[in-house]
Design a protein around this ligand. Structure first.
Ligand code: ZN
Length: 311
């Protein structure tokens, strides 16, 4: 082979290698443009933000998010423990209008619907959720809803006649009562199941005495009382005849132990903006032991729990 030929082959060789390298780079780039890193980068997210999004969201959600305009609050929101993807727009809008609120609160408020006025955006609750059905100022029971497994308490446990709870809640209460009794405390059922008509009478009476606005502060409207579920119980003690129940040892006992029997304090202190109710140290709701433990350990309201885990 002469020198000329060698030169030609070398040049051809180099061109081929160059073409292969270019080809590889082009393919690599095309592949890169198919990645979420590239796509999110293009609409304004930085590397760290894309890592967060990919960690927290499913592919389907990432695809949907690509149609959203960049917003620096999105990555902050998806890191929130109770973030629900299909509420993203509501979170962003509410946060924009309420910049004084923290994002944790924004998520809780939107999840519990409490950005709406009480008794607006209401709907019939899903009773098939059974002991996890949600009754609050947005979710109601119809007049025809009557639990069919009510058990009546004897006077050992309750003030007055005809105090009753649904079977599971009744059994759990007796178990709790016995345990408290062993520790030297006497729990007394002060109010329990209430029918739609009974609640209606209470509300209508308040309403005629004080007007609707004040009645709404004192009592739930018919259909909106948790007592109609047969899963809620107002507890008192002999001590609370002269004191707030909150100041009684029975209350302290319940605070430490109620969750072990499936009961939760339904309207905790400082959570009115999520539950719609002022603090009630006496009102307990049966939700079953697994859920009561979660709610107790994580210090959330049932309304928040329902939005994230039940609905
Ligand atoms: Zn109550």
């Amino acid at each position: 082979m002469n020198k000329k030929k060698i030169l030609i082959f070398s040049i051809i060789g180099m061109v081929v290698v160059a073409l292969i390298i270019t080809g590889i780079l082009v393919i690599k780039h095309i592949n890169y443009t198919k990645t979420y890193e590239y796509k999110f980068n293009k609409i304004g997210y930085n590397k760290e933000e894309v890592v967060v999004l990919k960690n927290e969201l499913k592919d389907k959600q990432l695809d949907e998010l690509l149609n959203h305009k960049y917003d620096k609050n999105i990555t902050r929101l998806v890191k929130e423990k109770y973030f629900i993807f299909n509420k993203l727009d509501d979170y962003l809008k509410y946060y924009k209008d309420n910049k004084d609120k923290g994002l944790t609160d924004v998520v809780a408020i939107i999840n519990t619907n409490t950005n709406n006025d009480f008794y607006t955006n209401t709907k019939e609750t899903d009773v098939s959720k059974n002991e996890l059905m949600l009754i609050n100022k947005y979710n109601y029971l119809t007049a025809s809803y009557n639990p069919d497994d009510l058990e009546v308490f004897t006077n050992v446990y309750a003030y007055g006649e005809n105090q009753s709870l649904r079977k599971d809640a009744y059994d759990a209460f007796i178990e709790m009562w016995n345990s408290a009794n062993k520790d030297g405390y006497k729990l007394i059922v002060n109010s329990s199941y209430r029918s739609y008509d009974e609640q209606k009478k209470i509300y209508d009476d308040y309403s005629s005495w004080y007007g609707e606005e004040d009645a709404d502060k004192k009592a739930a409207r018919a259909g909106y009382s948790e007592h109609q579920t047969g899963l809620a119980v107002d507890i008192q003690s002999y001590c609370s005849q002269n004191k707030d129940f909150e100041e009684c040892e029975e209350f302290t006992w319940l605070t430490n132990n109620a969750y072990k029997y499936g009961f939760i304090l339904r309207y905790p202190k400082d959570k009115e903006y999520l539950t719609g109710y002022k603090y009630e140290s006496w009102h307990y709701r049966y939700v079953g032991k697994k859920v009561s433990k979660y709610i107790h350990d994580n210090n959330i309201t049932f309304d928040e729990y329902y939005a994230y885990f039940v609905k």
